[in-house]
Design a protein around this ligand. Structure first.
Ligand SMILES: NC(=O)C1=CN([C@@H]2O[C@H](COP(=O)(O)OP(=O)(O)OC[C@H]3O[C@@H](n4cnc5c(N)ncnc54)[C@H](OP(=O)(O)O)[C@@H]3O)[C@@H](O)[C@H]2O)C=CC1
Ligand SMILES: O=C(O)C1=N[C@H](C(=O)O)C[C@H](O)C1
Length: 278
């Protein structure tokens, strides 16, 4: 495929754990071209994004922290398809990054978690007004979509459920975006879970996790040695039904990321969740 027909991609957070994986995936996709690699980390400024990601050949794309000039440059490439900005950065910066991308007509594909419901709504309104596609995906793994579908199916028959998410201890936000989304899918079932059997008293605050609504609680665990894991445990008289997803390599997210880059081209507003584009 010629460069003109390829999708121009900017990766924000390119020096991070997910960003490096995305650099490799985009470099290997024949219908995409990596136009820019951004990261605020001072130690990686000017380094080649491909070499940093572990590719044997440089991509000749240096890491920079200048987002707006990069967005302007890609937006100005009129001969090419509309550009896409991938964001795997930090909850503190993702809102501004997405607003800037949309302002330049660049379509955001966002994996960064930790956006508040209010900020998600603001971004949805902004994308709608600009008629610009935007994908916000709390989890790019196909296995997690299947887990969530199984949880929704089970929730029709079980009234008791708890969600446990387990992550590496470099994670900034808790609970995970995936656990919040999983709870939200169960909350949409139109019932209240976990009707109390006794008058419960938390002797230590937080011992029973955090309730997110409709009686659903999320428990967050952070440990070195973990990557990303989630359990949804249903209980009923005499039985336990456990759904569990384990990530052993961040490569598992890449088919979802590449799919999102292709699909966001066809959208004119914000879409939340991988299941909506499968
Ligand atoms: N949706 C999904 O499937 C997945 C989502 N995630 C989410 O993606 C995000 C990133 O995760 P991960 O790669 O593990 O994190 P890392 O900390 O490894 O990488 C983030 C990188 O982004 C840089 N950065 C921070 N703020 C900005 C900013 N405003 N603009 C540009 N670069 C910035 C960081 O630099 P510095 O270190 O100097 O701050 C760092 O190099 C998290 O929110 C995580 O929860 C993770 C895995 C899967
Ligand atoms: O920080 C991570 O690592 C992950 N974050 C996402 C989340 O918060 O759900 C997705 C996945 O769990 C990995």
């Amino acid at each position: 495929m010629s460069k003109q027909n390829a999708i121009p991609v900017i990766i924000n957070g390119a020096a991070g754990k997910m960003g490096r994986e995305v650099v490799k995936a985009v470099a290997q996709a024949s219908d995409m071209v990596l136009m820019g690699a951004l990261d605020t980390s001072s130690e990686h400024q000017g380094k080649d994004a491909g070499e940093l990601a572990g590719l044997s050949e440089p991509l000749e794309v240096p890491i920079t922290n200048q987002l707006e000039p990069m967005l302007g440059y890609v937006a100005g490439e009129r001969q090419m398809q509309p550009g896409v900005m991938i964001d795997f950065t930090h909850p503190s910066g993702v809102y501004e990054n997405v607003r800037s991308a949309i302002a330049y007509g660049i379509r955001p594909v966002v994996g960064t978690t930790g956006l508040s419901p209010q900020r998600l709504q603001d971004l949805a309104d902004f994308a709608e007004k600009a008629s610009t596609g935007c994908l916000i995906i709390p989890n790019f793994s196909i296995g997690m979509v299947l887990l969530q579908q199984a949880a929704v199916a089970a929730s029709q028959y079980f009234d008791y459920v708890e969600i446990i998410e387990l992550h590496h201890n470099q994670k900034a936000d808790a609970p995970s975006g995936t656990a919040i989304q999983t709870a939200q899918l169960l909350r949409e079932m139109g019932k209240t879970f976990n009707p109390p059997q006794v008058q419960e008293e938390e002797k230590i605050k937080g011992a029973r996790g955090s309730e997110v609504g409709e009686g659903i609680r999320i428990h967050s665990i952070r440990l070195p040695g973990l990557i990303a894991h989630q359990e949804v445990i249903f209980g009923a008289a005499g039985e336990i039904y456990t759904l569990r997803h384990d990530t052993s390599d961040r490569a598992c997210y890449m088919p979802g990321v590449l799919l999102a880059i292709r699909k966001v081209q066809q959208l004119k507003s914000l879409v939340y969740g991988l299941e909506k584009i499968l």
